[in-house]
Design a protein around this ligand. Structure first.
Ligand SMILES: O=C(O)CCC(=O)C(=O)O
Ligand SMILES: [Fe+2]
Length: 566
């Protein structure tokens, strides 16, 4: 400590100028106790619970440990908190999260940040390395996060390049579960069991169940994996309330699914320093790929249905030609007041009826929303569904977009191809594409060379309320091809984008937003996308269920979400 003290002229004892005097943090006595370390180690390897003083180890749903009073000197912590709050924070927002993150803390100077870094990545890392009986590299991987009202980090497993153990150190005011912001741990489908050598998921589902046995050698130990299910997250089975001066750590593994629940408190700030210890990662089973969603050709319904349901403005041929031109330019169009007013009202009312059976769709690392069971829809909702699936509608969409969604639609004759080639030469765009124009043209050529196929669609009627979302994931084959997305919204009175629920289109591998479609009553959105363009629906936050004068309300909006393929 003395060697780090500055002289009164602001020069460090060694004569080197320092910005600020570095202070040492003293780690909890429990971590310094060799006897307890042995007990924790034994419990960890046997996957048994253990607790002593402020240390609680639990292995359900996956191994994690809570260490209260991690730092002994209180004065240090208050100053650390001040130092952290004075950092530059950046608003981070994408499909998975919304929170504020500091600049990188790896090299950060200051009086207290380096002190905590040293404790975590030196003293504590050695302790942890002994407990887990594995080498943890001295790589420093840490940042500071601030979660405030409506901030959230949705379900994920933390698996990334060499991460072995995740840790979070909390500097929060007195916190209750009702403030939100809990660290929630998920169970997985099937039971996960591991002793020193074995991963075993022991439930077999007759449909999705499968088995793989993998013998892998890793250093001294060999591991046997036996997994009979898909290792997908299921339910939150444990919620840890953040507490001042508490460090939580858990093993990063194929089943370490967790989330930071949305912060509900309007005035508290959930401040934390978090990061990872790196080491040889645990082997992971092949990623689970969901079965493809069935697609269907159009239903044999003629234009009677269009005349009955669609705002006549959109049936005017001259107007359709104009729309098509616009669509070919931008690959997207929003058609307001799409349904006839009386039809829209009827559907809007019917959707709020309880007779519709809504089923929640997961898994939570991919999506969380409700979908209507089609068997018991009110008649007008059912007819609206038929409209969007009808032959006449496929042809209408062809007219709106220039896509060949019906055999009567132009698109594959020589003239069209010639035109397309000219377009390619001129570099014009026809789909909402993330790729460069040259690549877009080669993709189009790729499509043209395919056999003519029957246009198909798939659809869902969805209900969106507080806590709902979809996430982008790398096994989402259904969203990685040329397709026309349709969204028709209901029940969105006064819905604003700060509630979430909007559809965001992004270029694969980037956070940059290409387009946002916001819920708006009776608006029909059409977007043509390519395989590099991904979409998600932003987490619907707690603002959507704020109390009104006459009591709390849980608001919902609805959408018919269809995807059409040429
Ligand atoms: O802050 C927490 O409790 C967890 C943070 C987390 O999961 C992460 O940053 O990956
Ligand atoms: Fe995480």
């Amino acid at each position: 400590m003395t060697s780090k003290r500055k002289k009164s002229d602001g020069t460090a004892a060694g004569g080197k100028k320092k910005e600020k005097r570095e202070e040492n943090a003293e780690i909890s006595g429990i971590i310094q106790d060799a006897d307890i370390k042995e007990k924790v180690k034994e419990a960890w390897h046997r996957r048994k619970p253990f607790s002593h003083g402020g240390l609680v180890l639990d292995c359900q749903p996956f191994p994690h440990c809570v260490l209260n009073n991690f730092i002994q000197n209180e004065g240090f912590l208050e100053n650390l908190q001040k130092e952290l709050l004075a950092l530059n924070f950046h608003e981070k927002s994408n499909d998975l999260y919304k929170f504020k993150q500091s600049d990188d803390l790896k090299q950060r100077k200051g009086a207290h940040i380096p002190g905590l870094r040293t404790v975590i990545f030196d003293q504590f890392r050695h302790w942890l390395s002994d407990v887990l009986d594995t080498e943890l590299e001295p790589v420093v991987d840490v940042s500071c996060a601030k979660y405030e009202y409506t901030d959230v980090l949705l379900c994920h497993d933390d698996e990334l390049e060499g991460r072995r153990v995740a840790f979070i150190f909390y500097l929060v005011p007195p916190w209750e579960a009702s403030d939100g912001g809990t660290l929630d741990l998920y169970s997985v489908d099937g039971q996960y069991h591991k002793d020193t050598l074995l991963y075993s998921v022991s439930l077999v589902s007759p449909i999705t169940g499968w088995m793989a046995v993998c013998l892998a050698s890793r250093g001294r130990s060999s591991r046997l994996w036996l997994f009979l299910e898909n290792c997908q997250p299921k339910d939150v089975v444990k919620s840890l309330v953040p507490q001042w001066n508490t460090l939580i750590f858990f093993e990063v593994s194929p089943v370490s699914f967790h989330q930071v629940a949305e912060v509900i408190s309007e005035d508290k700030c959930r401040l934390s320093m978090s990061g990872w210890f790196h080491g040889t990662p645990l082997e992971r089973p092949p990623r689970y790929v969901e079965p493809a969603i069935p697609r269907n050709p159009h239903l044999p319904r003629d234009e009677e249905l269009l005349l009955e349901w669609v705002n006549p403005v959109y049936l005017d041929m001259a107007y359709q030609a104009q729309m098509q031109e616009e669509f070919e330019e931008s690959s997207e169009i929003l058609l307001k007041n799409f349904l006839k007013e009386d039809k829209f009202k009827e559907v809007n009312e019917a959707l709020k009826k309880t007779e519709i059976q809504w089923t929640r769709r997961g898994p939570p690392n991919k999506r969380n929303y409700e979908r209507a069971e089609l068997q018991a829809l009110p008649p007008c909702v059912s007819t609206c569904w038929e409209l969007l699936s009808s032959e006449a509608f496929f042809l209408l969409l062809s007219n709106f977009t220039g896509l060949k969604l019906h055999f009567l639609a132009p698109g594959s004759d020589d003239e069209e191809e010639e035109e397309e080639e000219q377009d390619c030469a001129a570099g014009s765009t026809r789909s909402l594409e993330a790729a460069a124009p040259e690549q877009q043209c080669s993709k189009r050529n790729e499509r043209k060379s395919k056999e003519p196929s029957t246009p198909v669609c798939r659809g869902e009627l969805r209900r969106w309320g507080t806590g709902d979302y979809t996430l982008i994931h790398d096994t989402d084959l259904d969203n990685m091809e040329f397709a026309l997305d349709l969204l028709l919204y209901c029940g969105c009175e006064n819905w604003q984008s700060d509630l979430g629920g909007f559809t965001s289109y992004i270029a694969s591998g980037e956070d940059e937003e290409l387009l946002t479609v916001s819920p708006e009553d009776n608006a029909l959105g059409l977007v043509y996308r390519d395989k590099e363009t991904l979409r998600f629906i932003k987490h619907v936050n707690h603002r959507s269920s704020q109390s009104l004068e006459d009591g709390p309300v849980r608001r919902h909006f609805y959408d018919f979400s269809f995807v059409y393929y040429e």
